[in-house]
Design a protein around this ligand. Structure first.
Ligand code: SAM
Length: 513
């Protein structure tokens, strides 16, 4: 295996497929011995090697005329060594026009998240693939690889791909899944719940698409911890496939949440609140200072904004002024003389040249925005919750800011209780993404989509305080149980529904942690 410098690996998303994983992908991709096969990002050829072995097995003693074509932006050791009838082209696949069509395409596209693709390339890809489907500007590179590979595929051909979980989880991916359902006869997905790559914990799944040119008749989804097909595949409805299909696996999640919405007075959180990411300074160490720092004593109070910088500040149902916080420098423009030397220091450190600074005018004037009514976790391993901002803080972008729209104190408290309850946790698990290390990533859109009980009646103060103190003392599971019980009584939730919801939450957590 070639060892490439760390920056080359990261810039090109190089993670070679281990042989057992390659074998599993190929098992489902090749059914006949004579194939014309392409790997558009072949690296050292792990997938093509597995494909060649499979073709040999299928051919037995007969001649086999398969051709194995690899494309890669870079040269890697190992390919095409030992693969008969192999061909290599060194080029950027996303700029590569099809000169011939293949009947099988296998791929493990570069692990390159959206943020690592140059903006001009993203714009260019978006425009080029717009006719197929709109990916907005948020797609990771796998999406463009998948779409571009289709233009290299013969009618009737198939694709086997190793893709990140975002294929099922990302919002933009719904458009791709929809398009696939219109253009492939069968779709099969195996979600791998363990880590299978060296040097990354990124979770992947295997996708097999067959019968290019026909619309879908079967969609199947299976989950496997190890590397095997020995799991139960579930048939999936095309409507679910085009929406948030992954969650179908965990009991009838959509059914549970819909029942709460239609029969028990729940609404979407986004109906009563706006969720915004926290303040992005681009240089927290420079703009955010400890309260005791000398600089904070020198500048006018009006230029210091109390701010929380970590979700560790979310310790109970309120964030009050007894908690730890820092101070954000809200430097006005033109800057008063007390900032002159501090700004000089910033320039010396080239803070003014940073990507966020160059988008501001002048570079040091941070858009603080309105004070939020509440905060919510952005990344969390277990039990996210909503904490009211009673201390008058702002937050950095590691914590979401929540602004209620015409929601009085009772409505706000019921939102807190219901998000903490099993139902709220289920809707958050169902609409959020998961990082490789099992951390739940609650995007503003996930929080907007989650469901809360809407009521103007007061939340019993004693129970509210009890729940808050349970969270504070680290007994979050008990807090969830209390919140769920309170909600059950208030909203008349049937026991059956709560049991189903609890089982579904448990499954989500088993698969992500
Ligand atoms: C995740 S690795 C997979 C390699 C190989 N298919 C395997 O399964 O082991 C992704 C590969 O994509 C290549 N790559 C990155 N950007 C590319 C591009 N624009 N066009 C073609 N190959 C690219 C990298 O050099 C790397 O070899």
């Amino acid at each position: 295996m070639s060892v490439k410098p760390e920056h080359t690996v990261r810039r090109n998303g190089i993670y070679y497929t281990p042989a057992p994983l390659a074998k599993l992908l190929i098992e489902g991709s090749i059914r006949e011995s004579n194939v014309l096969i392409l790997d558009p990002a072949c690296g050292e050829g792990a997938l093509l090697k597995a494909a060649a072995t499979k073709c040999q097995q299928l051919a037995r003693s007969q001649d086999q005329n398969s051709e194995f074509h690899g494309c890669d932006k870079l040269k890697h050791n190992g390919f095409p060594n030992g693969i008969p009838n192999s061909h290599f082209i060194q080029t950027d696949f996303l700029r590569h026009q099809a000169s011939r069509l293949f009947n099988v395409i296998v791929m493990n596209p570069p692990f390159l998240a959206n943020a690592r693709i140059a903006e001009k390339d993203r714009r260019d890809y978006r425009t080029r693939f717009a006719q197929i489907c709109d990916l907005e500007m948020k797609a990771d590179i796998w999406a463009y690889f998948l779409l571009n590979s289709v233009s290299h595929l013969r009618p009737g051909g198939g694709i086997g791909a190793i893709l990140p979980w975002s294929f099922l989880q990302a919002e933009y991916a719904a458009n791709i899944r929809k398009w696939l359902a219109q253009h492939f006869r069968s779709i099969k997905v195996l979600v791998l719940t363990d880590d299978h790559f060296q040097h990354t914990t990124k979770r992947v799944l295997l996708v097999w698409l067959e019968g290019y040119g026909e619309s879908t008749s079967t969609i199947e989804l299976g989950f496997s911890e190890g590397l095997s097909h020995d799991c139960r595949y579930e048939q999936m409805d095309v409507d679910i496939w085009q929406s948030k299909c992954l969650f179908r696996r965990f009991g009838d999640v959509a059914g549970i949440l819909n029942e709460c919405l239609s029969k028990h007075g729940f609404i979407r959180f986004g109906d009563i609140a706006d969720v915004k990411i926290g303040i992005v300074t681009g240089a927290n160490k420079y703009f955010i200072l400890p309260t005791h720092s000398e600089m904070c004593h020198q500048c006018p109070k009006t230029t210091l904004v109390p701010i929380i910088t970590s979700s560790k500040s979310l310790k109970k149902l309120t964030v009050d002024d007894t908690g730890e916080h820092s101070l954000l420098l809200k430097i006005p423009a033109p800057a008063p003389p007390c900032f002159t030397s501090y700004l000089r220091k910033g320039r010396r450190k080239e803070i003014h040249k940073r990507s966020h600074s160059i988008r501001r005018e002048p570079w040091y004037r941070i858009d603080v925005g309105r004070m939020p009514d509440a905060f919510f976790h952005y990344r969390v391993s277990l039990i996210p919750f909503l904490a009211l901002n009673t201390g008058g803080f702002q937050s950095t972008n590691s914590i979401h800011r929540v602004y209620f729209r015409a929601a009085n104190a009772n409505v706000q408290r019921w939102a807190q209780i219901s998000l903490l309850s099993t139902i709220g946790q289920l809707s958050l698990e169902a609409s959020s993404k998961v990082y490789g290390n099992g951390i739940l990533k609650v995007e503003p859109s996930s929080l907007n989509e989650s469901i809360v009980y809407f009521s103007q009646s007061p939340v019993p103060d004693k129970i509210y305080r009890l729940i808050s103190s349970l969270i504070l003392s680290g007994r979050k599971a008990e807090a969830v149980a209390k919140a769920t019980q309170l909600l059950r009584e208030q909203a008349g939730l049937p026991k059956r529904l709560l049991e189903k919801a609890e089982a579904a939450v448990k499954k989500f957590r088993q698969h992500r942690l």
